[in-house]
Design a protein around this ligand. Structure first.
Ligand SMILES: [Cu+2]
Length: 185
């Protein structure tokens, strides 16, 4: 009987541990890394974002001096033309964390005159199959309009991709769990 109780506690612990892992998967990306969000040094934000694999739930952090800069989320045409007159959202704290909740492109620029033109703009692209390694038989990429920030359409394959990483972590969970359980014995 005591064993049954113990087993149940273990299962509860394991479930909690896996939940924790799932939550902790989200990554935080500081835009510009140590450079931050600025015009100084002509940082290449395009190259910066191109080297990242953004996923749903990831956090994009803009760190900057709010006296000199801000963060505006805009649509694609405004991003292209550096038009800060009709932003979707504006952030001005100097330490802005934005959680990515949709696939596709997320366009940000600095709304201070001249800054976007000098390169203070970044395109955060969350690809649909980003959790998969590149394969030769790549899916024919669906023609998603660049400016689309609409919620993802229900797709049969998406949940499968979503499961990959938690499952990969499961082995680790069990190993840690085993060590944990041994410590109690
Ligand atoms: Cu600026």
């Amino acid at each position: 009987m005591a064993l049954a109780v113990e087993m149940r506690a273990m299962v509860v612990f394991l479930v909690m541990y896996i939940s924790f892992l799932r939550v902790s998967i989200a990554a935080v990306y500081k835009v510009g890394d140590s450079t931050g969000w600025t015009t100084i040094g002509n940082f290449d934000y395009k190259n910066w974002s191109a080297t990242k694999t953004f996923q749903l739930g990831d956090i994009i952090r803009f760190e900057y001096n709010p006296q000199f800069h801000n963060v505006m989320q805009v649509k694609h045409p405004e991003f292209q033309s550096c038009n800060a007159s009709s932003p979707i959202a504006t952030h001005t704290t100097g330490n802005d964390s934005i959680t990515i909740t949709a696939h596709g492109h997320h366009f940000f620029l600095c709304g201070v005159p001249g800054h976007c033109q000098s390169g203070q703009k970044v395109d955060i692209n969350v690809r649909r199959a980003s959790s998969l390694p590149p394969s030769p038989s790549a899916l024919p990429s669906p023609s998603i309009p660049a400016a689309s920030v609409s919620p993802p359409s229900p797709s049969g394959t998406a949940p499968l991709y979503a499961l990959n990483r938690p499952l990969a972590k499961l082995g680790l969970s069990i190993a840690v769990f085993a060590a944990f359980a041994c410590g109690f014995a």
